[in-house]
Design a protein around this ligand. Structure first.
Ligand SMILES: Cc1cc2nc3c(=O)[nH]c(=O)nc-3n(C[C@H](O)[C@H](O)[C@H](O)COP(=O)(O)OP(=O)(O)OC[C@H]3O[C@@H](n4cnc5c(N)ncnc54)[C@H](O)[C@@H]3O)c2cc1C
Length: 381
């Protein structure tokens, strides 16, 4: 078994790390403080191809695989989870078009994301106020009228909501059919009847914009339907099965950043006449943190590698997501602990890391839902 990355993957890792260090880190605290999305930084990421890493070369993208994406996202997560989310969730929002789009839809939408002259983003709009984990109970309604669908309803907590150029919107054509009525539509941000509601004021991940979307008699051409009526739930689930190792990798990158801060602090903070790293209780915490980061990364790599091989990776994707993000929460908690009272102050990076870690256990299916997906698969084995 060969654990080494290819020369291309190492070069990719170095490039993204340099971007994270030179472009993201210097602005991350200010954007976090202001709760501000920045087109300037996302535009730079777009020009490097980071916002559309999975878009095939024929549509102007770099055509990278899942493992490449995990490598990219870990470095972005190290830089700033807020900025990283705006970039990484864009890559997730691309997946429905890649998985279910017709050739014409792929050309129309993917080339907009790879336009070198104007950076653009897209968004994945599934969650509703009364349908989060239970996505099949969504209420947004789509009714066919001639060659259009008229869509009414609203979505909440949508990453890149209000800044995206287009959205994959999940609506039901027949609520009595539950998941079998759910249908996916490509919706342009300038569609009449589309509007952006509340912009959320969040605990962490504050450099990415999270918004409510409102659809009022929104008329979407029937040609914008993805894969067919009643296929939307499957498109959403297939998307999440592929995207989850990336969220785990966001956690790995964040955990690595927090670990580095904690290690350096433990070496220089002196109490009882010696650096606190000389206290076995602190040293063992650091040993556990390093081990957790290593096994979380291995799970993300394995799940992504399986996806690249075309294998069924539903179980491994869920494992990668919940282990990667649980490890992020644990490591960031311990990093604050190692900093003592200083770790609770905004002057120290670990304060931000701790707030950013929490959301990763919630997005893309909570970590309880990951265990549900995994245990359901185990029962079927
Ligand atoms: C910052 C942010 C960004 C987001 N971005 C997007 C986005 O871009 N697109 C999008 O569509 N959505 C997005 N979401 C929504 C996110 O995916 C949901 O918040 C998440 O799926 C949970 O849904 P919920 O918040 O309604 O919680 P609920 O589903 O109400 O869950 C509440 C609690 O109950 C637990 N729970 C529920 N059902 C079960 C069960 N069967 N077994 C065990 N435990 C259960 C959950 O784990 C959780 O702890 C985002 C959310 C946030 C906060």
């Amino acid at each position: 078994m060969d654990f080494s990355l290819t020369p291309e993957q190492k070069a990719l890792q170095e490039t993204v790390h340099e971007f994270a260090e030179k472009e993201m880190r210097p602005v991350s605290r200010e954007l976090d403080e202001k709760g501000q999305f920045s087109w300037e930084i996302v535009g730079k990421a777009a020009r490097l191809g980071l916002t559309c890493s999975g878009v095939p070369e024929e549509y102007g993208g770099p055509g990278l695989g899942s493992l490449d994406n995990v490598i990219i996202v870990e470095e972005l997560g190290w830089g700033c989870v807020g900025i990283a989310s705006a970039i990484a969730l864009n890559n997730i929002a691309i997946l429905p078009v890649l998985l279910a789009g017709t050739e014409e839809q792929k050309k129309r939408y993917l080339t907009r994301l790879t336009d070198p002259d104007r950076p653009r983003l897209c968004a994945f709009a599934l969650t509703e106020p009364e349908a989060g984990s239970d996505a099949a109970s969504l209420k947004t309604r789509a009714s066919r009228q001639g060659d259009h669908y008229v869509i009414n309803g609203n979505k909440c907590f949508i990453t890149n909501g209000g800044v995206a150029d287009f959205y994959t919107v999940f609506a039901t054509v027949d609520p009595s059919k539950k998941h079998a009525g759910i249908t996916a539509f490509m919706v342009d941000a300038d569609t009449p009847g589309f509007s952006v509601g509340k912009i959320e004021h969040k605990m962490g991940m504050r450099a990415s914009q999270t918004a409510e979307l409102i659809f009022t008699d929104m008329r979407v051409p029937a040609e914008n339907l993805l894969r067919g009526e009643g296929q939307g739930f499957y498109v959403a689930m297939e998307t999440l099965d592929i995207s989850r190792p990336g969220v785990g990798a966001l956690g790995v990158g964040l955990a690595r950043a927090a670990f580095e801060e904690a290690l350096s602090y433990a070496k220089q903070r002196v109490q009882f006449g010696k650096p606190i790293i000389r206290q076995q209780a602190v040293a063992f915490m650091l040993a556990d943190m390093a081990t957790k980061i290593e096994y979380a990364r291995l799970l993300c790599y394995k799940a992504a590698w399986m996806i690249d091989q075309g294998m069924n990776a539903i179980k491994e994707s869920s494992m990668a997501k919940y282990v990667g993000t649980d490890v992020a929460m644990e490591v960031c908690t311990d990093a604050v602990q190692i900093h003592g009272g200083y770790g609770y102050m905004k002057d120290y990076l670990v304060e931000k890391f701790f707030r950013d870690a929490k959301i990763l256990q919630i997005v893309e299916g909570t970590n309880q839902i990951q265990r549900l997906v995994l245990s359901t698969q185990l029962m079927a084995d």
